[in-house]
Design a protein around this ligand. Structure first.
Ligand code: SF4
Length: 71
């Protein structure tokens, strides 16, 4: 998948993460979890086709740890 040169950027505040895993369910190409369940950002500038999944992750994260910064 081609990585866009510009576009919305995903921000993850891992210190807020409560390891619920919903972001991985919503957008597994963008988020993973470490051995403690804390979210890992795999792709801070996802392809346009993935942005709806990221918006879903933002919506379901119980810790409000994810932001999609639209530029
Ligand atoms: S949905 Fe939020 S709290 Fe849950 S693992 Fe992802 S970033 Fe962490």
């Amino acid at each position: 998948m081609t990585r866009p040169m510009s576009g919305p950027t995903v921000e993850l505040e891992s210190d807020k993460c409560v390891a619920s895993g919903q972001c991985v369910v919503a957008a597994m190409q963008v988020f993973d979890q470490d051995d403690d369940g804390i979210a890992i950002l795999l792709d801070e500038r996802p392809a346009p086709a993935l942005l709806d999944d990221v918006r879903e992750a933002v919506a379901v994260c119980p810790a409000a740890a994810i932001r999609l910064v639209e530029r």
